[in-house]
Unconditional design. Structure first.
Ligand SMILES: Nc1ncnc2c1ncn2[C@@H]1O[C@H](COP(=O)(O)OP(=O)(O)O)[C@@H](O)[C@H]1O
Ligand SMILES: [Mg+2]
Length: 241
């Protein structure tokens, strides 16, 4: 049963980080994140910008429950990522979070439709339904005529769109994207950003890492990170013009 907390007007944030640090110890200690606090309200669209090595991917990996914080708290969809079991984190990734990786991470021996359907295998969706849903998503990203191609038979831009379709197939409320336009041509980049605009319009919560200003400006606000710290939140003032 869900808790019957006193009614409030604000919904709880989908993501809440409090005093998060992440250190990697490989002989020398690297502090990838150094005390980050950040909340993502439901339905918000946030971009993260910062120089290479500033901790952007680390931040995304923690929110995507791919990793756990060294200190502090990461709460995603009501679950504390740091104290969750591996199975609980896998559950979060499978149902609540869609992750678009910079390098696509498609399985090379699976066709586009099989790659896209994969998250539904883990969710226990029957095969016919998986395939139908995966085809639908591929049509949505403009790849309805490439469903049975292997990743090697697709261009970089097409692979990125397959990766986006895969991230969206389980209909996650939260979509995370790590430099989704970094390895694709300008046209595909524009198309990818249009897909995100659409998701935002439909009420999804989005967090997108980029080092391109014009990409970040599609969001409602830009979180600037440097040396593992959140240095500034820039509100792009949507809705006030
Ligand atoms: N798995 C890891 N092992 C050791 N160091 C890491 C690891 N991942 C990231 N780092 C280090 O943490 C810092 C932040 O990395 P990252 O989050 O990938 O930055 P960004 O995505 O902003 O380029 C860098 O100094 C990087 O070398
Ligand atoms: Mg990165």
């Amino acid at each position: 049963m869900s808790s019957a907390d006193a009614a409030t007007d604000d919904t709880a944030p989908v993501v809440e980080l409090t005093g998060v640090t992440k250190t990697y110890d490989l002989g020398g200690v690297v502090e990838a994140l150094a005390g980050v606090s950040l909340a993502l309200p439901e339905g918000s669209y946030t971009a993260v910008m910062g120089p290479s090595g500033s901790g952007k991917s680390t931040l995304l990996n923690l929110i995507g429950a791919l990793d756990t914080p060294t200190e502090g708290q990461v709460v995603v969809a009501g679950q504390d990522v740091g104290s969750a079991t591996e199975a609980e984190r896998a559950g979060l990734r499978g149902t609540d979070v869609g992750f678009v990786f910079q390098t696509f991470n498609l399985l090379p021996r699976l066709t586009a439709v099989e790659n896209v359907a994969l998250p539904l295998v883990f969710a226990g969706v029957p095969r016919d339904e998986r395939t139908a849903r995966a085809r639908e998503l591929l049509v949505d990203v403009g790849l309805g005529d490439r469903t049975d191609h292997l990743p090697t038979e697709l261009s970089g831009g097409q692979r990125q769109r397959v990766a986006i379709a895969r991230a969206l197939v389980a209909d996650p409320a939260l979509v995370l994207a790590d430099e989704p336009t970094g390895n694709v041509d300008t046209d595909t980049g524009g198309r990818v950003l249009d897909i995100f605009d659409d998701l935002h319009a439909r009420g999804n919560t989005l967090l997108l890492v980029t080092h391109e200003r014009h990409v970040a400006e599609r969001a409602e606000r830009i979180v600037h990170v440097r040396d593992g710290e959140l240095v500034r939140i820039e509100d792009l003032g949507r809705g006030s013009d």
